[in-house]
Design a protein around this ligand. Structure first.
Ligand SMILES: Nc1ncnc2c1ncn2[C@@H]1O[C@H](COP(=O)(O)OP(=O)(O)OP(=O)(O)O)[C@@H](O)[C@H]1O
Length: 345
């Protein structure tokens, strides 16, 4: 048993700041809610220890393989996932399994977890809860930062655009180079945490491995193609979803270049705050699917345009509707390093 509370009361307690959470033998006090997703709540928590021992001597220290993930002030993030059925339970177990495959400074590490069964309190409520423990990053997601900057009519500097993007590439390279290669499948600004650092560009960390899976799939029939499209509609955010996941041929080799498309969209969003296809459709609207399949890209123009044309060409290179023409992550890193040398002050 890993938790001191359960069911609706747990949610009430957690949202209202009361109650402690146990993950295995370690206890955490909920400080406040940080965010929420489909069936998940994310909380800022503080590890409760019986004496004033250092982070290195805390209960968690015995558990965590890499001591650099321990926080000096013992604060962490706990994601609480409410699980209603076996399918959701399998998905969380898979997220836990997949997260444990990665170890990279630009990928959010899963420090510990527990999955507990709870007694449903009403029809249709959840029967399991999962608690996932992560390092906390309090400067928001790339999406939060972009929204705040857009509201102030500000842009990231050219150097920060490249440095943030370069870090995402480094994290993805780690996933794409595994044997077998893994695709993240939901690369987007809302899944990138930023940590501001004095005198340096922000640290960028890719999170949320709930959609990650082995990247390479052979599609050999119409029904397999439709199955993949259905899976993608649930797991890959629409404005960042690759064309082959919207309209999959009946004979296709899918690979990690689906992430490269999302990476190209994310580079656009680091510059202009939204996916290129949201930007192209603008306020007049239209079909997102058609805009993506036709790679309908419109670049902001005019004298106030804050970035060099080379940045646009670079993103367009990743946004080739045909996956076979898209670069792989090593090509992108080679190119971004050249741009970093050229544009970083
Ligand atoms: N380690 C963390 N540190 C700080 N904030 C975090 C952390 N993890 C998650 N968050 C916050 O919680 C929000 C939801 O987290 P997350 O994306 O993992 O949930 P989710 O259920 O997978 O969401 P979605 O349904 O959008 O996929 C994030 O957008 C972010 O604001």
């Amino acid at each position: 048993m890993g938790c001191s509370f359960s069911g609706l009361n747990a949610l009430y307690d957690a949202v209202n700041g009361g109650g402690d959470v146990w993950i295995n033998e370690n206890r955490f006090k909920i400080v406040r809610q940080l965010g929420e997703g489909g069936f998940a709540y994310v909380y800022l928590v503080k590890e409760v220890v019986s004496d004033s021992s250092s982070a290195l001597a805390s209960g968690l220290a015995k558990k965590v393989k890499d001591p650099s993930h321990l926080s000096d002030d013992r604060t962490y993030a706990i994601k609480k996932v409410l699980i209603q059925n076996n399918e959701q339970l399998d998905l969380v177990r898979e997220e836990i399994r997949v997260s444990s495959l990665f170890s990279h400074p630009n990928l959010l590490p899963l420090l510990d977890h527990s999955v507990i069964s709870v007694k449903p309190t009403q029809e249709g409520s959840w029967n399991h809860e999962a608690y996932l423990l992560f390092p906390v990053h309090l400067d928001g997601t790339l999406l939060d930062n972009s929204k705040a900057m857009t509201a102030r009519k500000e842009f990231f500097s050219a150097s920060d655009v490249l440095q943030i993007f370069r870090q995402l590439c480094a994290g993805l390279k780690h996933m794409h180079n595994l044997e077998p290669p893994y695709a993240h499948n939901d690369v987007k600004p809302g899944n990138v945490l930023l940590s501001h650092r004095k005198g340096k560009c922000p640290l960028a960390i890719l999170m949320d491995f709930g959609s990650a899976c082995p990247a390479r799939k052979q599609i050999r029939s119409r029904s397999e193609a439709l199955q993949l499209q259905e899976w993608a509609s649930e797991h890959c955010s629409a404005p960042y979803r690759a064309p082959e996941l919207w309209d999959c041929p009946s004979d296709a080799d899918i690979d990690e270049r689906t992430d490269i498309w999302s990476l190209g969209c994310t580079l656009f969003a680091i510059m202009y705050g939204v996916s290129p296809f949201e930007y192209a459709l603008g306020e007049s609207g239209g079909s997102l699917q058609l805009a993506i399949i036709n790679a309908q890209i419109k670049w902001p123009a005019g004298p106030k345009q804050p970035y060099p044309e080379e940045f646009h060409h670079f993103a367009t290179w990743m946004l080739q509707p045909q996956p076979a023409l898209r670069p792989c992550i090593d090509d992108i890193i080679y190119h971004v390093d050249k741009l970093v040398t050229k544009f970083s002050q």
